[in-house]
Structures are given as structure tokens and as C-alpha cells.
Design a protein around this ligand. Structure first.
Ligand code: URA
Ligand code: SF4
Length: 181
């Protein structure tokens, strides 16, 4: 673990700890306020993120930004990262060995940001951070406290594109976050 951002960021340059290194254009490390109270964790970069090197800039990200705007959240005041930092082929779910290889970077990011609240965006974030046995359908919208951090599991923004009803729940979950900060 690194006690500063500079060394952590240096340590990931050219990372080949898992097979996702083979097809990436850019490592998508994270974005936003490194002292944020609220951190968002997604799954992994998609095509747009891979090209730009920034998390949640594609379709799902645009939808998340719209929710942010409505709730008075500014993208640059929170911190956004993913379970894996390199794009899985065809946007498939990261395999266990890939998530395991990459998770130490994310753990180090969490230690340095020291957020009060972590929003877990979808099943992959929930399972890798709080336990493989957990289901997003059962957990979403309910606070889970662990080691002084309050976790809010919610839908992945890409799921909102497929199911209109989930937009309302996503909004409600983020509203709880805004009210708690
Ligand atoms: N989906 C994710 O999980 N993360 C991103 O950065 C973009 C889309
Ligand atoms: Fe390294 Fe993570 Fe990319 Fe795998 S996904 S190559 S562990 S940065």
C-alpha cells in the first residue's frame, strides 16, 4: 500500500497483473476529488472510458451525470473509480482473477480518499467489495456499515438504460446519500 497518490499512480503505469492488459487502450484509474466524502465504485471501463482514460464518460456515465445534476452533485466533488481499471472485452463482467488482481489499487484509493460513504454501482461492485454472497436486488437502497464506512448499494447506471423503473430507485438511493453527507 502507498501512503500518497503520486506513488500509487506511478505503481499502476504499464500494469500487467491480469490479462485485461492485453486489449486496453488506457488504464482508467479514477476521477474526481481525492478528499471526497462520497466515492462511487463501478465495474470496469467500457469503450468510451478505455479511449478517454476517464470513468463513466459513455452512455451510462451521461445518465449518471443527469442524476447528479438533478441531485446537486458535482462530478468533480466526488471520487469515481472501478473494480477493474482496464476494459474487459465486449464489456463482459470482470472474471474473478481479474478483479482480484486489480482490487489492491482500489483498496489503496479508498484508504487515501477516506470517504464517509461509498456508493456501490451494481452487482460486480457489491460482490467484490462486501461479499460474493450478496445480491444487488436484495441489498440495493439499504445502508450497510463496515469499518466506519457507510455503503449504499444501488443499480449500475447501465441497468437504467434497460429498465425505466430502475431510474426511480437509483434516484431514491442517491437521494439518501445526498441527505446523509
Ligand atoms: N461502466 C462502469 O462500470 N464503469 C465505467 O467507468 C463506465 C461504465
Ligand atoms: Fe492491472 Fe487492473 Fe489492468 Fe488488470 S485490470 S492489468 S490488474 S490495472
Amino acid at each position: 500500500m502507498y501512503d500518497n497518490w503520486e506513488n500509487l499512480e506511478k505503481s499502476i503505469i504499464g500494469c500487467k497483473k491480469c490479462k485485461l492488459c492485453n486489449n486496453r487502450t488506457n488504464i482508467v484509474f479514477g476521477y474526481g476529488n481525492k478528499n471526497a466524502d462520497v466515492m462511487f465504485i463501478g465495474e470496469g471501463p467500457g469503450a468510451d472510458e478505455d479511449i478517454q482514460g476517464v470513468p463513466f464518460v459513455g452512455k451510462a456515465g451521461k445518465l449518471m451525470d443527469m442524476a447528479f445534476e438533478g441531485l446537486g452533485i458535482n462530478r468533480s466533488e466526488v471520487y469515481i473509480a472501478n473494480i477493474v481499471k482496464c476494459r474487459p472485452p465486449q464489456n463482459r463482467v470482470p472474471e474473478q482473477d481479474e478483479a482480484d488482481s486489480c482490487l489492491n489499487y482500489l483498496r489503496n484509493q479508498v484508504i487515501l480518499v477516506k470517504p464517509k460513504i461509498i456508493v456501490l454501482l451494481g452487482s460486480t461492485a457489491l460482490k467484490n467489495i462486501l461479499g460474493r454472497e450478496l445480491s444487488i436486488t436484495a441489498c440495493r437502497g439499504k445502508w450497510i456499515e463496515k469499518k466506519g464506512i457507510h455503503y449504499m448499494p444501488t443499480w449500475h447506471p447501465a441497468a437504467l438504460l434497460r429498465d425505466e423503473n430502475k431510474k426511480i430507485e437509483f434516484w431514491r438511493d442517491l437521494k439518501q446519500v445526498v441527505e446523509k453527507v
